[in-house]
Write a protein that binds this ligand. Sequence first.
Ligand SMILES: Nc1ncnc2c1ncn2[C@@H]1O[C@H](COP(=O)(O)OP(=O)(O)OP(=O)(O)O)[C@@H](O)[C@H]1O
Length: 226
Amino acid sequence: MAINSATTPWVLEADGIQLQFGQRRILSDVYIRVQTGQVVGLMGRNGCGKSTLLQTIFGGRHVPDASVRVNGRYAVPAYQQPGLLNYLPQTLMLPAAITVAEAAQLLRIDGHAALAAFPELQAQLHQRIGELSGGTSRLVQVLLLLHADTRFSLLDEPFSGVMPVHIETLSDVIQQVKVRKGLLITDHRFTELLPLCDVVYMLHNGRLEELPDPLQGLRDRGYLAS
Ligand SMILES: Nc1ncnc2c1ncn2[C@@H]1O[C@H](COP(=O)(O)OP(=O)(O)OP(=O)(O)O)[C@@H](O)[C@H]1O
């Protein structure tokens, strides 16, 4: 795609997403937009369909009529476009038996550089993914995906199990990475996620709406204390 990414942002859009499980409508004609240089937050209650939406955008879940476009061009399934996007699912993404260094190699990234903001993690490079603690495993996976050379990263609960002091450092890394990437993040740690977001969407009863005033919007809907 002939686009000068240094000056022109890349735009990832998805729309026409309709999904129903049995009688229950999960996603109703959803439209979402992310561009490089942005952190976009996706908020909503347990079970409202946030993970399903990320899977659909990534291309891991086939939804008839769903359109995903990059700079206006149809890109379904998006994961097949080289260097376009990566995706952190809620479950373990990497094989448990390989080491962190091997995982970095698989993703074609420099493991030392990916973990640079966390000097204490350098010692874990030669440990198997399955032998890391839950929070460390999560943190390592998020750092690898953020460092990978893709235009976009879709992160499903990157803060899950990560201790607060590490969330602070991870938030700094996210701010640095967004200079070159677009990030779509869902997490229930609203107070940590909100300050990072340039745009916030709320998914409720299958409908996705952009919140013009995210803090007030979350308070009004009972997600944050007033
Ligand atoms: N394959 C499936 N068959 C039937 N129902 C499903 C299937 N996959 C997901 N669901 C249901 O769809 C709904 C949305 O699930 P999803 O995991 O996308 O929610 P979520 O917003 O990410 O939730 P959480 O915040 O708890 O992670 C849930 O009620 C879930 O039980």
